[in-house]
Design a binder for this molecule. Structure first.
Ligand code: DAR
Length: 362
């Protein structure tokens, strides 16, 4: 019996798993028309969605050039996920002074929400994490450490770099690593993620991985997670303007001391996953919605309500996690491509106001 070809496998996945966007948009005729070298490249890009048939996206770019080199495939995938039919363009607007967005003004009870906004950035001079070898991961980490030495010169961002690369002069022990993960600062062991494993993104764990954390613990940079960098601002309380302003200023400093970021004219910030293109931003907050989630037992009602306001709902433990028993959920705007940073902040503010009104009305 002949071994099924990659195309045969993907067509079978498309039938059995219609939610797998890679399978939905994979075109065997397009694939067969590629050179052998490009077929091998594309096989790595789609490997995660072939092995994990329950993927929602099912593809990761291996190099910034992939989005151009395989444009027919990626364009269809990106339009599907981001819901864009017309022209794709990525505006940038970080002017936090335009409109006050303080959740505490909606209700005093919203002053204790935990907020986080992050952007994904990759530098153009390295392959994306799925195609890096161990030396490249450590070499990139060394570049990031040099940039952090400059960041530390700014008092509001002063802090330290914590590496989990064996032998690094910034290496922390496993107890400190576990403590930082428990504090929701450091990312979890990537080698446990079946999606990232097949894509090669978690290869060489834990080499080339670490995090920068400011003294105030309100500005962090993950090094070597799903993207080269995840740059984030975090704080309790409802002041979204301060949260976003801190991220923007920190990003500006880093962009001047790091090698140039991989940016696409069409898709904005280049990311490993097509879901993270555009602003490359995920703005989220943890809030308790015990009524809308029936004490955390039911995400259906809150997800349906959130979708109406362009918001996504996750459990507070991150992607693929459940809600807390007190109804604690992670709320974030879904749109990342074709919307500016300030539009994302505004959608989060407006969406939270609407969800809170539904919560207190129950
Ligand atoms: N689980 C993968 C990725 C989905 C998007 N989330 C990211 N990039 N962290 C999937 O294709 O379902």
């Amino acid at each position: 019996m002949s071994v099924p070809s990659l195309s045969d496998k993907i067509l079978a996945i498309r039938k059995a798993n219609p939610a797998n966007r890679m399978a939905r948009h994979f075109d065997p005729d397009y694939f067969n028309g590629l050179s052998a070298a490009d077929q091998a490249r594309m096989a790595r890009i789609v490997a995660t969605g072939v092995a994990n048939t329950d993927s929602s996206m099912g593809a990761y770019a291996m190099d910034p050039s992939d989005y151009n080199d395989f444009a027919p495939f990626f364009d269809a995938l990106i339009r599907d996920f981001h819901g864009i039919t017309g022209e794709i363009s990525q505006p940038h607007d970080w002017d936090v002074s335009t409109k006050a967005c303080d959740l505490g003004a909606i209700d005093g009870k919203l002053k204790d929400v935990s907020m986080r906004v992050r952007v994904a950035r990759n530098v153009a001079s390295f392959p994306l994490p799925g195609a890096m070898n161990r030396n490249q991961r450590v070499a990139f980490e060394d570049e990031a450490v040099l940039a952090f030495e400059k960041l530390i010169e700014h008092p509001e961002y002063g802090g330290q770099y914590l590496s989990i690369t064996p032998g690094s002069k910034h290496e922390i022990d496993s107890a400190e690593y576990d403590r930082r993960v428990a504090a929701h600062q450091m990312f979890k062991d990537m080698s446990n993620d079946r999606f990232l494993n097949v894509a090669g993104i978690s290869n060489d764990w834990p080499y080339g991985r670490g995090m920068y954390v400011s003294k105030a613990q309100d500005f962090l940079v993950w090094v070597g997670e799903e993207d080269h960098l995840r740059i984030m601002s975090m704080q309790k309380g409802g002041d979204l303007n301060a949260l976003f302003g801190r991220l923007h200023a920190g990003l500006e400093i880093l962009s001047k001391v790091l090698p140039p970021f991989a940016m696409s004219d069409k898709y904005g910030a280049v990311a490993s996953c097509p879901t993270n293109l555009g602003a490359g931003m995920r703005a989220s907050l943890h809030m308790k919605l015990p009524n809308l989630t029936k004490g955390g037992t039911d995400l259906e009602v809150v997800t349906a309500a959130a979708t109406k306001y362009g918001l996504a709902v996750r459990g507070a433990g991150g992607e693929h996690s459940a809600a807390g028993s007190d109804g604690l959920v992670d709320i974030s705007p879904s749109a990342r491509l074709g919307v500016s940073e300030m539009e994302i902040m505004q959608r989060l503010y407006d969406g939270v106001a609407a969800l809170w009104a539904l919560e207190v009305a129950r």
